[in-house]
Design a protein around this ligand. Sequence first.
Ligand code: NAP
Length: 372
Amino acid sequence: MELCCRAGAAATTSLAWSNSISPSLHSLLHPISVEYLSICHTKSSIRVLCLNNNGTNGSNTQSQKGNQMIVSITGATGFIGRRLVQRLHQDNHRVRVLTRSRSKAQLVFPVRDFPGIVIAEEPEWKDSIQGSTAVVNLAGTPVSTRWSNEIKKDIMRSRISVTSKVVDLINNSQDDLRPTVLVSATAIGYYGFSETQVFDEQSPSGNDYLAEVCREWEGRALKVNKDVRVALIRIGVVLGKEGGALAKMIPLFMMFAGGPIGTGKQWFSWIHLDDIVNLIYEALSNPAYEGVINGTAPNPVRLTEMCEQLGNILGRPSWLPVPDFALKAVLGEGASVVLEGQRVLPMRAKELGFSFKYPYIKDAIKAVVSEK
Ligand SMILES: NC(=O)c1ccc[n+]([C@@H]2O[C@H](COP(=O)([O-])OP(=O)(O)OC[C@H]3O[C@@H](n4cnc5c(N)ncnc54)[C@H](OP(=O)(O)O)[C@@H]3O)[C@@H](O)[C@H]2O)c1
């Protein structure tokens, strides 16, 4: 026996909750556009289903509202996450921000600009993940900082603990409410540093601390249920105005007239913020995106070239070197990512036909510098 009843009140209530989850009722009413409640009476139980306006239940197919996704995101309040949330929200996907701090997330995603976004603190992550179609995992203590022993531990610990938690919650979800895809961040630090080698997704891992962090981080993500598609994005140095290494380096260039850093021969494997967000977005929706995918532009450059381009665009001469100590002062030991470097190529993204908006560093830097 199946009973359907109009649930106007429920729809109103779910909208009123749209910025904070009520754990007990959320799993019952998780589609925002709940219009009908269906009570299914089987031999052994009565099941209440939330039907959206297409009459589908809240199970994790992308058929809800056409291709609408429900995406839970850790680290959504960060540099990459913020732009990803904007993109998903703009395209009418439903976003659940998994954060350590509701008040911080509410500042980053004010309800007037992001109506309907769910903000969930840790105890509510379970109800957020269950019923999402996809999860993006971006959380972790920033790497470009001064590394005390404590911070180094935290760089590892934060990534392992958030990734393990997310994976456990996905694995423990009810089968019909389990997300079908996990896109998890990792970094090109996986490969270690080299001035001569070229790395692609098949290359072995390095021997240093960051390589170890990336291996552990990826290992945790791979423990997810075998029915869940996993894309591990090994992210390069992301160029954007609002965060990342370049934003910290621009003032330095202005101060030191902007020349090469160190020997200048180090490789700089970069990606523009729009491209990394597009890559993650594509990985969410395209089933061909599976396994390790390097998130770097197709044309990495030596640091001298990056500095020359940056100097030209900023109108600074590029002969006076930026001293290592100055870069270390703003990036801490995390400066090793820039000062040592590696040449990483996005083989998988190319095979998958991913189209980079910014394949060349000159255009990427220009876009960043002219961003309002
Ligand atoms: N940006 C790059 O150039 C780059 C390059 C390679 C790899 N990646 C990786 O990509 C991911 C996203 O990068 P991003 O630049 O957007 O990072 P980000 O701006 O530093 O933001 C990361 C988010 O992680 C959460 N977080 C911070 N410390 C944490 C801790 N101790 N425990 C748990 N969560 C913590 C925070 O969210 P809440 O406060 O809301 O919880 C924060 O907003 C990171 O894991 C990063 O390592 C980035």
